[in-house]
Design a protein around this ligand. Structure first.
Ligand SMILES: NC(=O)C1=CN([C@@H]2O[C@H](COP(=O)(O)OP(=O)(O)OC[C@H]3O[C@@H](n4cnc5c(N)ncnc54)[C@H](O)[C@@H]3O)[C@@H](O)[C@H]2O)C=CC1
Ligand SMILES: N[C@@H](CC=O)C(=O)O
Ligand code: NA
Length: 437
């Protein structure tokens, strides 16, 4: 059924029927905002948004007081058939994938916050959009409340984007920030992030970088008009970052952030997610708590920065409702969401072509020739050194911090492999990417 089939009841406002799938952290806030501000959304879209049902896994679970029990159902598939707009906030792959495909193939508009699904099954979803002549909106899927999907998909459609770099996971930014500023352990900070509703149902997706990788794939696809899947994104999370590393960075005028970085070069596109050291003067260094920020470099627009709350029920519900109001407006006045734009089909760059910089911390035997041997490894691998800082430790060894110039991911990895086996290197303490000037 097409959304153009919205119901008109006499002289009243037309009605757009909304089905909500999933009533967790975000879904519950969507219901609250629909109930509290429904008149505003109706005035803005030209249609009354009628919540016709809420699909849940278990109707007997206690829920927020504003969730109408009479709307709850466990039959999501039947609910979809009664709706014009389907809001999918279950998360994960199945059953979300099957339900979203059912809705799209049936010509319904889908609004989703499900980056895992989009980044793993994007082509299938976009094919279903075409097959059903449907619309797919996903502002909530990347960086919560921040309108970065709209920004890339619509506002910057008349520009060529060169780089997208950002903090796109609120949980990990919150954890790193709490470790740096309040001395919390990793586990304490993660528990708080879960209690505040930032973390995914399975927080390993946050901590190990997979949530950020899914968002990076979506951002790169939109920015470069190509297809990037989550499987194309090399990913390292923050589990290996110690409190010592975070405080050592602070002492050196740096911060550690989990970054998603996507670059377009003449050869193709590189997309990756990893912890990185930033100088504390960098705009992304000031992004605290669960906030997110995405810096976009475009040929004509220059540098743009999108900043705001990237996680949490209410901020994310704001993004969901922006899509619902837009979709309802299109239902009444005509118009569609933009279709997938993947015409460039850019190749993905491998490690031999991906530019990167690292900072390596080593413990060296403190005797003549040790530093020269290490510098020799860098030179032989074609990696130029930007700076070296050496400090004598109490145990008589030397602690050395080496920051490289830009090299390739592959040559930097080979350098570390050789340092690990170099006889004068007692320990490779850490290897961290470096971004920014
Ligand atoms: N929480 C956040 O800060 C953000 C979440 N998102 C995305 O929004 C989506 C929802 O996230 P949350 O609300 O945080 O997750 P949640 O885990 O709090 O809520 C999901 C709900 O779906 C329910 N559910 C599971 N299987 C179901 C089924 N078969 N039928 C009906 N309901 C079912 C679960 O019982 C749960 O209540 C996810 O895709 C997530 O990645 C996006 C941005 C931010
Ligand atoms: N778990 C995610 C929620 C938003 O996408 C995060 O922490 O950013
Ligand atoms: Na967003």
């Amino acid at each position: 059924m097409s959304i153009s089939g919205v119901t008109r009841t006499g002289t009243e406002d037309p009605v757009v029927r909304v089905a909500l799938l999933g009533c967790g952290t975000v879904g519950s806030q969507v219901i609250r905002l629909l109930r509290e501000h429904g008149d505003d959304w109706a005035a803005r879209s030209g249609a009354r948004l009628d919540l016709v049902g809420v699909a849940v896994r278990d109707t007997s679970v206690p829920r927020d007081p504003w969730v109408p029990p009479e709307l709850l159902t466990t039959d999501a598939s039947a609910l979809i058939d009664r709706a014009d707009i389907v809001v999918e906030l279950i998360g994960g792959i199945e059953p979300a994938r099957g339900l979203v495909l059912q809705a799209l193939r049936g010509g319904r508009t889908v609004v989703t916050g499900n980056k895992a699904l989009l980044a793993a099954h994007g082509p299938e979803l976009h094919a279903a959009v075409e097959a059903g002549d449907a619309d797919l909106y996903y502002e909530a899927a990347v960086a919560g409340a921040i309108p970065v999907v709209y920004g890339l998909r619509e506002s910057l459609a008349g520009d060529n984007i060169v780089t997208v770099a950002g903090i796109v996971n609120g949980t990990t930014n919150y954890i790193l920030d709490e470790m740096a500023t309040r001395g919390l352990s990793f586990e304490q900070a993660l528990q708080q992030a879960q209690a505040l509703g930032y973390a995914e149902a399975d927080p390993t997706a946050d901590v190990d970088g997979h949530d950020a990788a899914a968002k990076a794939a979506i951002l790169a696809s939109l920015a470069f008009h190509t297809r990037v899947s989550v499987d194309d994104v090399p990913v390292a999370g923050i589990r290996g970052i110690s409190a010592e590393e975070v405080s050592a960075a602070a002492g050196a005028g740096q911060v550690v952030k989990l970054l998603a970085v996507a670059r377009r070069t003449t050869g193709g596109v590189s997309v990756r997610v990893h912890p990185a050291l930033l100088p504390d003067t960098h705009p992304l260094a000031a992004v605290r708590g669960a906030f997110n920020a995405v810096v976009v470099e475009a040929e004509s627009a220059g540098r743009l920065m999108f900043y705001g709350q990237g996680a949490g029920g209410t901020p994310t519900a704001s993004a969901v409702l922006s899509d619902v109001v837009a979709a309802a407006g299109h239902a009444i006045r005509g118009g569609h969401a933009p279709r997938e734009s993947a015409y460039t089909q850019l190749p993905l760059l491998g490690p031999e072509e991906t530019p990167a910089r690292t900072q390596v911390q080593l413990r060296l035997v403190d005797r003549p020739g040790s530093l020269a041997a290490v510098a020799g490894v860098y030179g032989e691998e074609g990696v130029s050194i930007e700076s070296v800082h050496q400090q004598r430790s109490d145990d008589g060894s030397a602690r050395v911090v080496i920051t490289s110039h830009i090299a390739t991911e592959a040559s930097l990895a080979r350098t570390v492999e050789r340092l690990v086996t170099e006889s004068r290197v007692q320990e490779v303490i850490s290897v961290t990417h470096v971004e920014g000037e």
